[in-house]
Design a protein around this ligand. Structure first.
Ligand code: NAD
Length: 344
């Protein structure tokens, strides 16, 4: 059984990926400092998989603590590095905090992988590396434009660091996964997106507004040059995204990767406007959603959606769910989450 370290394993995408990894026969440990999550998610993972995952509640910017964990697990087959701060708006306000956290943690993880001979690495990148892309849909060959936020720049720099690192460590296999807009929750509604800091992604904001945790959803701008004036995104179900990590890992472990670093887009290839997403939510759930139109938000790109052919061809991956599945599972999760909070 291959043992994998998932950093950020208590977070949104990390926790769903752990479920998919366990379903595919991997053993998993997590490292998460709980800056945007809680270990309660480990109960949800256990309820789904029957397995208790151990989390090291360490800050990966702390090299000594990170190294101690690698030393205790010197048989790792790979690392999936999710741990990062991820709020675009917050990164505009606190750029140094984003650079410090996202880059130092990556440096320490790569450093320990070399010291403890861990051969396979997967990095959580983002479609934000494309900036305001010059062509749509974007392929992995679409040129990277100026980053629109310090967050996006940490992803561009992170990718570049992995490339530079790979020149010096040719035995190391690396995959950079550029996620488009992950959303939705596990079908069981036992895990989902449950940040400890206020959500800023569209789907949790929609479900929070619908259930009454927020007064209303604010749509940031309806005067963009798009079909209804709101921004266009490519929403990918988190379980489809999770499965792409399993496939990428299997690809690396099977020695199928030819280049030291490969890049894959992970989206479903369909652009959905913010207002279309709002309507999909109301149609699928039958719920009313209070929303109003606000000003544009700094750091937002206008439109972006993926061409995922490379992941399909090389990893044998394809998304199985659409925006309706996203809204249905996200809403089921919101109802469970809100009820649990009321009972406390
Ligand atoms: P998340 O905030 O739910 O999970 C990240 C986890 O990392 C959190 O649990 C947090 O506590 C932990 N963490 C952060 N800094 C840490 C540190 N220094 N040491 C240890 N743990 C630390 O976010 P997510 O949505 O699951 O995102 C996972 C990754 O995917 C991130 O790298 C993010 O930038 C990237 N990504 C996310 C999206 C998205 O929309 N959710 C889109 C593109 C890329």
């Amino acid at each position: 059984m291959h043992k994998i370290l998932v950093t950020g394993g208590c977070g949104y995408i990390g926790s769903h990926t752990i479920v998919d990894l366990i379903d595919h026969g991997f053993e998993v440990i997590s490292a998460d400092n709980l800056s945007n999550s809680s270990e309660a998610v480990l109960d949800g993972i256990e309820a789904i998989t029957g397995r208790r995952v151990h989390n090291y509640a360490i800050d990966l910017c702390d090299l000594a603590a990170t190294e101690a964990m690698f030393k205790a697990h010197d048989d790792l087959a790979g690392v999936i590095h999710f741990a990062a701060l991820k709020h675009v708006g917050e990164s505009v306000e606190q750029p140094l905090r984003y650079f410090r956290n996202n880059l130092n943690s990556l440096i320490n993880v790569l450093d320990c992988m070399v010291r403890y001979d861990v051969p396979n690495f997967i990095f959580s990148s983002s479609c934000s590396v494309y900036g305001n892309a010059s062509e749509l849909p974007v392929t992995e060959k679409t040129p990277l434009e100026e980053a629109e936020s310090p967050y996006a720049r940490t992803k561009q720099m992170g990718e570049q660091m992995v490339h530079d690192f790979s020149h010096r460590h040719p035995g190391q296999n690396n995959i950079l996964l550029r996620y488009f807009n992950p959303a939705g929750a596990h079908e069981s509604a036992k895990i989902g997106e449950s940040p400890t800091t206020p959500a800023s992604n569209l789907v949790p904001v929609i479900t929070e507004a619908a259930i009454g945790k927020r007064k209303a959803l604010m749509v940031f701008g309806d005067d963009y040059n798009t079909r209804d004036g709101s921004c266009i995104r490519d929403y990918i179900h988190v379980m489809d995204l999770a499965n792409a990590h399993t496939k990428a890992l299997q690809h690396l472990i099977a020695g199928k990767q030819e280049a030291p670093v490969s890049v894959f887009n992970l989206g479903i290839g369909e652009g959905v406007t913010v207002l279309e997403a709002v309507n999909a939510f109301m149609k699928v759930t039958g719920e009313k959603l209070p929303y109003h139109i606000g000003p544009r938000r700094p750091g937002d790109v206008v439109a972006i959606y993926a061409n995922y052919k490379k992941a399909a061809d090389q990893l044998g991956w394809a998304p199985k769910r659409d925006v309706n599945d996203i809204m249905r599972t996200a809403w089921n999760w919101e109802k469970v989450r809100s009820q649990a909070k009321e009972e406390v």
